[in-house]
Structures are given as C-alpha cells and as structure tokens.
Design a binder for this molecule. Structure first.
Ligand code: FEO
Ligand code: CA
Ligand code: CA
Ligand code: CA
Length: 534
C-alpha cells in the first residue's frame, strides 16, 4: 500500500498566518487530535500520570517519556496500515515538570544531590515508546492492551554490535537523549543518541553513548535494542536511507554539533527484502564516510577507515574502534566539512537528498565561512540539497546546492543585518530542524527557533511546520505550535490521510488548560479524508 492513485497530492492548502497563540493552528478543514503525551500509559497494565503525582522509577519506566521527538509509523502484518499500526516515538529529555515535584531540585537536575532512585526516575523519561495505534471513523487511539506496547529507557539493557564492541563490551545500560530517528528498509527503528554529554560531568567516561540504536518494534528480530557502533559515535540527529540497485543501502546521518559533519554508512552486504531475519546484523559491517562539500557544487565521501591517511596509530587511531568512538576528530582530520549544525536528512522518492543546517551564530568564529556554510553569524540556518553520483548509495562523489537560506527581511532590516534576510519564497521561517520528503515528494520542514534573542516569535510566530514544493521552492505555513514548543517528528499512514506530529516542550497551558503542559504526539487529518497538505 502507498499513495492512492485516485487522490490529488498537489500542495493546495490555504496557509495559516504566523501566530503566537497557545494552540495548534492548522488550515481550515483540518482536525487536530492529541494522541499521546508525556506520562501516558505505554506497557500493558501500566497506569497514566496524574497531575501532582510523582511515582517511583519502575512505574514511570513503563509510561511515556518526556519531549516526544523523532518517530516512525510501521505497518503490522495482517493490519490495513491506513487503519492501524505501530508508532515508535523518541523521548529526548527529562521533563522535570512531570517527573519531579517542584522544589526537588533547584533549576535543573542535580547529579551531585540526586539519589539513585531519582537518577533512575530521570533515566526512565528518555528512550523510546512503541505503541500500537488504531483508527475508528477518523479518530485515532492507543491500544492499551497491545503486547507490542513497550518502553526502551535509560534504565534498559542494550546489546552492542560492530567494531567498537571490542572496547565497549557486549552490554550497555541505557540509551540517552533520543533526538530524532529513522527506519531501515527491513522495518526496524533507528533511535539516535544526540547530546549525551548533557548527562555526564567531565570526570565520567561517556563513550558508551552517542550511537545509533536499532530496535524492532515488532519484537521479532531483536529481543533488545542494539547499539550499532559501525555507524559512528557523535551527536546523532536522525537517519535516512537510500536503496539502490541490487538492494545495496546507504544510511545518511547528521552530527548536530556546532559545527558538525554529515556522514553516510554503507553496509557491506545488500539487504534481503524477502527474508527479514537475514538483515538482523547488517548494520555491524560496512564503511562509514564523511562528506566534504567543495566550492563549485561538487562533493566527496571520504572513508573513515583505520589505516587511511590521518587515521593511524601515530594519530591516535590504533583500531577501527578508536576511529568510530572518536568519530568527530577522525572526520575532521580526513577533511570532512564542518556544517552549521546538521539536523535532519531526508531522501525523496526521486532520490534527491536534503539536509537542514539549523543555525550557527558562531560561523566565522568557530569555523570559517565556506561555500556550503556561506553566512557568518548564521542565526536562521539553511537547507542544502544533494544528489549522489548516479543516484547510487555506493557513490563516492555527489553534487550539491543551497536550496534556501532561512530568515526574514523584516528582521534583517530591524537588526541592520542584511545577511539574515534569507531567500525563502513565500512563508518565512527560522532554524529548520525536522525535515521529510513524503512519498508524494513534498518537503515538510519543522522549526526549532531559539526563542530568545535574534529569532523572535514576533517576526516568525511560534515554531511551526511548513510545506515546500521542491520544484518551485514555494513555502507555505501549514501548522503553528503552541507557546514555547518546537515542532518535531513526522510520520504518516501510507496514503497520507493521517499525519502524526510531535509538539515538544510546550510551556503554557497546552494541551490541557489548568494542567502541567506536556509534550504530545498529535494526529492531523482532514474532515473530508483527503490527503494532508493537498
Ligand atoms: Fe535534538 Fe538536534 O535536535
Ligand atoms: Ca532536532
Ligand atoms: Ca534543534
Ligand atoms: Ca528538542
């Protein structure tokens, strides 16, 4: 199942105006439903959070974590995927408001004074929720008795695959800071550990975190999550794949570091589209590359292989495990281009690849301006498009161009910084982060503006979601989130009549007046059951 050939997928919706309203604003004819919020019950038999109650970690370890982020919708065998399936949803951070009574800590979590149980409570709020969801007459709900419902948390045990297992051991407790994510062609979920340094003081080794973790929402291939170390250790944002001839696959990944590189991982073997079990450890053996963006629109994928120039024992890389664990250093030493904070990467149905570079106000200071990062003090970010040579996942070269520079002329004039105006054709935004080319080839952009200094809601409205026609570059504002939130995560049914989107860290009265604001997964549909965005 996929797009419905009887339906129209052209971008025809009437865009919404920028707003700072404390609600989810969508075009006329669209409906918004809150599906799944921090503290909701996940595992069968668990209970939901109630206002003012702060239970033990082994209770919250079975509930929805904080800060819903990247997610993916999976079909289930024997179930019409337009009507029901599995959602795997990342939880990026601890929501102190839901997890701890006010006054437990001053300001933020304090490792020095926290008890072991408090640390476990905090760790229960990161990781992944897998929930079975089902639709009845346009209304979606979580199947609370489903045996698929499962939490993977900062307290769970994970296997270790790939070359760095030699240094890390066979088991690691916890996954951390699960930002965005991806899927594999064989239907597993890839949850990405991003800014894991937030969870350690400088005296502690943190090399166990910063990996891509593969898990099977169906619980069939993998009994537990597995850290796939061959894909490198850095501040992983998300993963997007390109399948080529003979079922060879490339997985693209951004390092959301200021500044950080763009990578791809190419497994040695082709994937097996028929025998799912044959792919079980495919991600443990392959070649990791870093991207070098050159002036003139050309680019090169440089392999990160121990023994290559700059990656020898004399340089501190005695084994491939060393290369993978110190991946950021290895990437820079071989000539990888440091980008203005790579967030999401997406691969379209026509094999175009896009990446959001969310912003880097220190460009010009922390790295020189270059062709692919052309603005000093890049407060608003940009989006780059590239194509692999021959559109092949095995390519070692690519061509690239800047798709758009984000920003707003009004603000640029106010600040007397023409450099911030950008060149968006239509509804302007700042700090693109979430990004997805849907199966109809429409580019969805979700923003994560710094709500402080230069990028202000008075210019752009609250963070939102925009739909861009890649052919014309025309941007239309589709959704605006409530106060204080960022918009992240995008998933949909195969016919695109249902979209799932995450509202992360709202700060006022959304989604329920009179209660603590909570990160939530929402459902967006049209009353006439036509595709979203059309
Ligand atoms: Fe967690 Fe880079 O966003
Ligand atoms: Ca992000
Ligand atoms: Ca961000
Ligand atoms: Ca976030």
């Amino acid at each position: 199942p996929g797009l419905d050939p009887s339906k129209d997928y052209a971008i025809r919706f009437q865009p919404v105006a920028r707003t700072t309203a404390d609600t989810v604003t969508v075009p006329a004819g669209y409906q918004v439903q809150v599906l799944f919020s921090t503290g909701d019950a996940v595992e069968a038999g668990s209970t939901a959070w109630t206002e003012g109650a702060f239970p033990a970690w082994d209770v919250t370890d079975k509930r929805a974590g904080g800060d819903n982020d990247g997610m993916h919708y999976f079909a289930l065998p024997g179930v019409d995927p337009q009507q029901g399936g599995l959602l795997a949803i990342n939880h990026e951070q601890v929501d102190m408001r839901v997890y701890f009574p006010s006054g437990t800590f001053t300001g933020s979590f304090n490792e020095a004074t926290a008890t072991l149980d408090q640390k476990r409570l905090a760790l229960s709020s990161v990781g992944v929720s897998v929930i079975e969801v089902t639709q009845a007459n346009g209304t979606w709900s979580v199947k609370h008795d489903s045996t698929y419902n499962r939490r993977y948390t900062g307290n769970s045990a994970y296997g270790v695959g790939g070359p760095a297992r030699s240094r890390l051991g066979a088991t690691i407790i916890g996954t951390l800071n699960n930002c965005s994510s991806g899927a594999t062609p064989w239907g597993t979920y890839l949850t990405c550990e991003e800014t894991t340094s937030n969870y350690f003081d400088s005296s502690q080794p943190d090399v166990n975190y910063g990996w891509v973790v593969e898990l099977d929402p169906q619980g069939e291939l993998l009994a537990q999550g597995v850290k796939r170390t061959a894909m490198g250790r850095f501040a992983h944002e998300n993963v997007a794949y390109l399948v080529g001839e003979d079922n060879r696959v490339a997985f693209y990944m951004g390092d959301d570091t200021t500044p950080g590189c763009i990578y791809k991982f190419v497994p040695t073997r082709a994937y097996d589209p028929v025998n799912r079990a044959a792919n079980v450890n495919l991600l443990d053996d392959g070649t990791l590359y870093v991207a070098q963006f050159n002036a003139g629109g050309g680019g090169v994928w440089i392999p990160l292989v121990q023994g290559n120039a700059g990656l020898t024992a004399a340089d501190g890389f005695a084994t491939q495990a060393d290369v993978l664990i110190e991946c950021q250093d290895a990437a820079v030493s071989v000539g990888g281009t440091v980008m203005d904070r790579p967030e999401w990467i997406t691969v379209g149905p026509n094999k175009d690849i896009f990446v959001t570079l969310t912003n880097n106000s220190g460009r010009g200071t922390n790295a020189p301006v270059d062709a692919a990062n052309p603005r000093a003090e890049n407060h608003h970010g940009h989006i780059i498009r590239w194509n692999e040579a021959g559109n092949s996942p095995l390519a070692t070269t690519f061509t690239w161009s800047i798709f758009l520079l984000a920003g707003d002329p009004t603000q640029a004039a106010t600040l007397n910084k023409p450099n911030l105006a950008g060149n968006i054709n239509g509804d302007a935004f700042s700090s693109p982060d979430g990004l997805r080319l849907d199966p109809a080839g429409r580019l969805w952009v979700e923003t994560d503006m710094n709500l402080g200094s230069t990028a202000t809601p008075t210019v752009f409205g609250n963070n939102g979601m925009y739909c861009i026609d890649p052919a014309t570059g025309v941007s239309k504002r589709f959704l605006v989130g409530p106060v204080g939130c960022e918009i992240t995560g995008i998933a949909y049914t195969p016919d695109l009549t249902t979209f799932f989107v995450n509202i992360q860290h709202p700060t006022q009265a959304w989604p329920e007046a009179g209660r603590t604001p909570r990160s939530s997964t929402i459902v967006i549909r049209r009353a006439d059951n036509q595709p979203v965005g059309a």
